[in-house]
Design a protein around this ligand. Structure first.
Ligand code: ZN
Ligand code: ZN
Length: 169
């Protein structure tokens, strides 16, 4: 968990934080892919009704390509910026990049925010490279590495149907 005790922050008004550790240690196991070398630095400054968090996160994510299923790494380098608002919230809530915390909270838990920030930084579709050729639908050959003799043009019956339709028109 990435948790910040509030007492010292209230005394000093502006504090720097540095978190590093394994995905598990940081409470980020919910993320479905491995992230290594996570390094989070930010500072918290007192703001109206709460605090402002600004900093950055670095790490290395291992992702599986949606087309060819090989694992590739992607360097994470993202900016962190969010408002933390003291509210009547019963517990921590995260909404539109604002973290709401109870008025009497003793600590701020930013784990959920960090979790979302990592996921939002990634594209919807993970591709090992822009022009990944994917796998042959028939024999499974990784077409980035080698080619195969399959006649993929006529393999998919749905395409065949479509072709017949086009011919009739
Ligand atoms: Zn790929
Ligand atoms: Zn093939």
């Amino acid at each position: 968990m990435i948790k910040i005790p509030l007492q010292r922050l209230q005394q000093e008004g502006d504090l720097e934080f540095h978190f590093s550790g394994s995905q598990e240690e940081l409470g980020l196991s919910d993320i479905e892919f491995p992230v290594r070398e996570i390094d989070i630095r930010f500072h918290l400054i007192e703001a109206d009704h709460g605090y402002y968090l600004a900093g950055d996160l670095a790490g290395i994510a291992s992702l599986e390509c949606h087309r060819c299923l090989t694992t590739f790494t992607r360097v994470l380098d993202l900016e962190l910026s969010t408002l933390i608002v003291l509210d009547n919230a019963e517990e921590f809530e995260l909404e539109d990049d604002i973290i709401y915390i109870p008025d009497d909270a003793q600590a701020i838990d930013v784990t959920g925010y960090i979790h979302d920030a990592i996921l939002l930084d990634l594209p919807v579709k993970f591709l090992c490279k822009k022009d990944c050729q994917g796998l042959c639908a028939q024999c499974g050959t990784n077409l980035n590495v080698s080619s195969c003799d399959c006649d993929t043009e006529t393999i998919d019956p749905r395409w065949q149907k479509l072709r017949e339709l086009n011919l009739e028109e």
